[in-house]
Design a protein around this ligand. Structure first.
Ligand SMILES: N[C@@H](CCC(=O)N[C@@H](CS)C(=O)NCC(=O)O)C(=O)O
Length: 308
């Protein structure tokens, strides 16, 4: 990564829910800015100098510069570390570094990786990719006895479970909030997060079976279409992008590919809200940077389900 949010910002100016107004977040991070990325990139150095030279800059102006810097950082492609296999030495565990253990192909891990990116935590949470097929023994022995990814090493503790980690990362780190304050949206978020496991089971269960998609799969995607129609203030589940989109994105991405390949089924046909959701999701860098090659995902699913 060339630059990260924290490395280009002078402390104590930090990126928190309270000091980063939504409007700047929406304007810049969601790429609705009137200027192009090259413009911001070309201005990056002068943004930082300007902030340093003008300690008395009005808060609104500081936010504006900060939002621009965050936009640049979120557009900058991170250089991904190689996966650690059975021959790799463990990292220096519990040395104060926050580590997110993932596998590049795991959809559960992808959820937490998107959240980390979206909150601009690339230099606060270090990615540690694990090769699950040839896993290092120290991962189970010293890091996470459950032996699954994702897990997060933070404050001398290791926690797991992707949906819990989405909330943990949101609550314990700076960056734009992943859940809205609106009680109705919050309630709907909980319902959708709770439903995500059943949705995944319904869609995965059907894959190895011969023939067309089952009624259960049709119903599961119809429920998604209906859920996407609930709030009109944006194309996402809660209107604006949130933890709910993060929870579903890695799975819907895979089901779209697998169902097209294995069942010749287009999940977006007759589902305009879902089609728009996928289109808008792909514009979010925090997500698109976590996507793997489609063929790699299809091949690994075929292998997993024993499909030729
Ligand atoms: N419920 C867990 C599921 C995590 C999970 O199943 N991860 C898979 C990879 S996609 C894993 O680590 N599998 C290793 C194993 O089962 O041995 C979560 O949401 O984090």
């Amino acid at each position: 990564m060339e630059k990260t949010v924290s490395s280009i910002l002078p402390s104590p100016l930090t990126f928190s829910r309270t000091n980063f107004p939504e409007r700047f977040h929406n304007c810049f991070l969601k790429s609705r800015s009137p200027f192009s990325l090259p413009f911001y990139k070309s201005k990056l150095g002068s943004f930082v100098t300007h902030l340093h030279r003008n300690p008395k800059l009005k808060p609104e102006r500081r936010f504006k510069f900060f939002a621009m810097a965050a936009a640049v950082a979120s557009y900058t492609k991170e250089e991904l570390p190689p996966s650690l296999d059975a021959t790799a030495e463990p990292p220096a565990l519990f040395d104060g570094t926050t580590r997110l253990y993932i596998s590049y192909v795991c959809p559960f891990a992808q959820r937490t990786w998107i959240a980390r990116n979206y909150k601009g935590l690339q230099d606060k949470i270090k990615l540690v990719p694990i090769d699950l097929q040839n896993r290092p023994a120290w991962y189970k022995e010293k890091v996470y006895s459950v032996n699954k990814v994702p897990s997060l090493e933070h404050n001398n503790e290791v926690k797991g479970e992707s949906l819990d980690l989405l909330k943990y990362i949101d609550e314990h780190f700076e960056g734009p909030s992943l859940l809205p304050d609106d009680p109705e949206k919050k309630k709907f978020a909980e319902e959708l997060l709770a439903y995500s496991d059943s949705f995944n089971v319904a869609s995965f269960r059907d894959l190895p079976a011969k023939g067309d998609v089952s009624e259960d799969v049709e119903a599961a995607f119809n429920k998604i279409e209906e859920s996407l129609s609930k709030f009109g203030d944006g194309p996402f589940f809660l209107g604006q992008f949130s933890a709910v989109d993060i929870a579903y994105a890695p799975f819907i991405e895979r089901f779209q590919l697998f169902l097209a390949e294995l069942k010749n089924y287009d999940i977006t046909k007759g589902r305009p809200k879902l089609a728009l959701w996928i289109e808008e999701l792909n514009k979010i860098n925090a997500y698109s940077q976590t996507k793997r090659d489609s063929q790699e995902l299809i091949d690994s699913a075929k292998k997993k389900f024993g499909i030729n």
